[in-house]
Design a protein around this ligand. Sequence first.
Ligand code: HEC
Length: 92
Amino acid sequence: MRRLLCILSSLLLVAALAVAAGAQDMGAKVSSACGACHALGRTCAKLGGNQAYWLSTVQRMYDNGAQMAGSEVGPMAAYLAGLAPGKAPFCK
Ligand code: HEC
């Protein structure tokens, strides 16, 4: 039983690390894909916007020609919607 708990908690840790790494990758992706046409400050200024705002905005930027995969629109919108204003790694 202890062994099982041990395995379960390591699995949870791995999952948490994977989520953190994914968020880090997404931050890097925003820096590279969203700073090409306008300053990242434009994105930073809108943090605090909800999921619907970011979904339509990221989709529009993708249509504008942002260098990212179409499948990244949803995850990036979720990532941006989850960021508190002024706290994003790419806004520093
Ligand atoms: C191909 C050029 C281009 C790229 C790449 C680009 N944008 Fe934009 N962005 C624009 C233009 C043009 C506007 C102004 C017109 C508009 O809002 O569609 C704009 C406006 C914005 C605005 C302000 C919208 C508002 O509600 O006032 C935000 C926020 C934004 N971009 C975020 C992003 C994000 C996030 C990315 C990366 C996914 C990105 N942009 C990539 C061209 C680009």
